[in-house]
Write a protein that binds this ligand. Structure first.
Ligand code: ATP
Ligand code: MG
Length: 410
C-alpha cells in the first residue's frame, strides 16, 4: 500500500459559494461521520480541500465511501513527498513502480501551487519525466493521450503525487440548502427523487403514508430500508414519519367519486405533510412525480393536487423518462428494494379510471362534503410515528422533539 492520503476536491463551488465557511463546516462534519467506521483514519483541511490520512489502511473502501458524499467533485489517493526535487523524483518512481499494468505511454503534469518552490511547472514536467524515462526505457511520453498521467501537486507543506482521479457525486454538502419533506412511497421513483434532493444539499425528512392493516408490515420495512439507504448518502440520520392513512383513505373511498379518489388522497397527503413540515421547519415538499407517468401526474392533475399545498413542490424527476429513473435507482442501490412486491396504500383503492383531468370545484365540493376531514387530517398528523434511521442504527421516537441521537451526529 503506497498511498498515505486521499485528497477530496470541492471544485470552484466553494470559492464562489455564498457562504464558504458554512459549506466547509458541513463538509467536514459529513466526512467525519463517514469516516467513523474506519478506525485510525483521520482528516485535515487546507484551503478549499480536505485530506484524509489513511494511517496504513487500504484506500479503496474509504474512497468508495467518500465518493458517495455530496459536495465532493472528485477524489484521488495520493502519495505525499517532501516538496524538494529529489524527494519528488523518488516518490514518482515509487508510484510508477506500483502500477499493476506497466503503461507504454505516460506524461507528467506538475502544478506548482507553492510559488516558493524553485522550479517552474513546465521545467518540473521535464525534470520528473526525464528521471522516469531513464528508469523505464520502454516507456515513452504522449502528451495528448497518455495511458498514465502522473500528477504532481506541489504545495508548501508537501507535494502530492497521484495517477487516479475518481469522480464523486458532486452537488452541495448535506443540509446546505435547507430542509424539505420527501414523500417516500416505497416505489422506484421517490427514493431517486430523494437522492437528487440530497445531492442538492437539502436535508430531508421522509414521510410515508400507510394503511395498516391493509398494507403489510413488509411494506413498512421496505420504506424503512429505502430511508436507511438515503441516510447512507447524507451521512446523517434521516427522520422518517409514518402516517396512519387508513381512516382518511377509507372515508375518501366512500365519497362516491371513484375517479377522483387518487386526487383526493394526494391532496390529503399534502395537507398532512404540510402539518408535519410546520413542526420540522421544512420549507418544501419533494415527490417522485414524473410528467405523464400516471393519471395523477398529468399537468391538470398536478395542478389540482398541488393547490392543496402552500409550500413549493420540488419534483426532481418531472422531466425524466422512466428508463432514466430506473438507471439511477440501480446506480444508487434502491432499485432492488423498490421492486419488492408489497402493496402501497395508493394501489389498494385504485379506481378503474382515475381522472387525468380533475375539476378543482368538484374536488373542493367533495372535500367540503366530508364533515370531519380536517379533524381526520389533524388526527393523522398527531398519530404519526417517527423513526430516526441511519445505515448503522435505528431508533424510534414518539414525538417530533429532536432526539439525542441527532446531537451525537451534529
Ligand atoms: P413512486 O415510484 O415514487 O411510488 P409512482 O410512479 O408510483 O412513484 P405515484 O404512486 O403516483 O407514482 O406517486 C407519486 C408520488 O407521490 C411518489 O413519487 C411519492 O413521492 C408520493 N407518494 C405516493 N404514495 C405515497 C405514500 N404511500 N407515502 C408517501 N408518499 C407517497
Ligand atoms: Mg407509487
Amino acid at each position: 500500500m503506497i498511498y498515505d492520503q486521499i485528497v477530496l476536491r470541492y471544485g470552484d463551488l466553494i470559492m464562489k459559494g455564498r457562504n464558504r465557511n458554512q459549506f466547509e463546516k458541513r463538509m467536514h462534519r459529513q466526512v467525519k461521520n463517514a469516516l467513523t467506521p474506519f478506525k485510525g483514519v483521520t482528516y485535515w483541511k487546507t484551503f478549499g480541500r480536505l485530506y484524509v490520512k489513511l494511517n496504513g489502511q487500504p484506500y479503496e473502501p474509504i474512497a468508495d465511501r467518500l465518493k458517495d458524499l455530496f459536495g465532493i467533485i472528485s477524489l484521488s489517493p495520493v502519495i505525499s513527498s517532501e516538496s524538494e526535487l529529489e524527494a519528488i523524483r523518488a516518490t514518482a518512481m515509487t508510484l510508477m513502480n506500483s502500477l499493476k499494468t506497466p503503461p507504454k505511454t505516460f506524461k507528467v503534469s506538475v502544478k506548482r501551487a507553492w510559488k516558493g518552490f524553485p522550479h517552474q511547472s513546465q521545467q518540473m514536467n521535464h525534470l520528473v519525466g526525464a528521471h522516469i524515462l531513464r528508469a523505464f526505457p520502454e516507456l515513452s511520453v504522449d502528451v495528448r493521450n497518455p495511458e498514465v498521467e502522473l500528477k504532481v501537486d506541489i504545495q508548501a507543506e508537501a507535494t502530492y503525487l497521484f495517477c487516479e482521479v475518481i469522480p464523486a457525486a458532486g452537488g452541495f454538502p448535506f443540509g446546505s440548502n435547507g430542509k424539505a419533506m420527501l414523500l417516500l412511497s416505497g416505489g422506484i421513483d421517490s427514493p431517486v427523487a430523494g437522492w437528487l434532493a440530497l445531492r442538492k444539499g437539502l436535508e430531508l425528512e421522509a414521510v410515508h403514508f400507510h394503511s395498516y392493516p391493509f398494507t403489510s408490515e413488509q411494506a413498512k420495512d421496505k420504506v424503512v430500508a429505502l430511508a436507511k439507504r438515503l441516510s447512507y448518502f447524507s451521512g446523517a440520520p434521516l427522520k422518517l414519519h409514518l402516517v396512519p392513512f387508513t381512516e382518511i383513505q377509507t372515508t375518501l373511498a366512500q365519497a362516491g367519486q371513484d375517479n377522483l379518489i387518487i386526487t383526493l388522497m394526494r391532496r390529503a397527503m399534502l395537507r398532512i405533510t404540510e402539518g408535519l413540515a410546520a413542526k420540522s421547519g421544512a420549507l418544501g415538499i419533494v415527490t417522485g412525480e414524473s410528467l405523464g407517468q400516471v393519471a395523477s401526474q398529468t399537468l391538470p392533475s398536478m395542478n389540482v393536487i398541488g393547490r392543496a399545498a402552500q409550500l413549493p413542490m420540488l419534483k426532481p424527476l418531472i422531466m425524466m423518462d422512466k428508463s432514466e429513473i430506473i438507471a439511477m435507482a440501480e446506480k444508487i442501490g434502491t432499485f432492488q428494494t423498490s421492486i419488492l412486491p408489497y402493496e402501497d396504500c395508493c394501489t389498494l383503492f385504485l379506481p378503474k379510471s382515475p381522472s387525468t383531468n380533475p375539476n378543482i370545484r368538484i374536488v373542493e365540493n367533495v372535500e367540503a362534503g366530508i364533515a370531519n376531514l380536517d379533524t381526520m387530517i389533524e388526527d393523522a398528523i398527531n398519530g404519526t410515528e417517527h423513526m430516526f434511521l441511519s445505515p448503522r442504527k435505528t431508533s424510534s421516537a414518539q414525538s417530533t422533539e429532536s432526539s439525542s441521537e441527532e446531537d451525537e451526529w451534529f
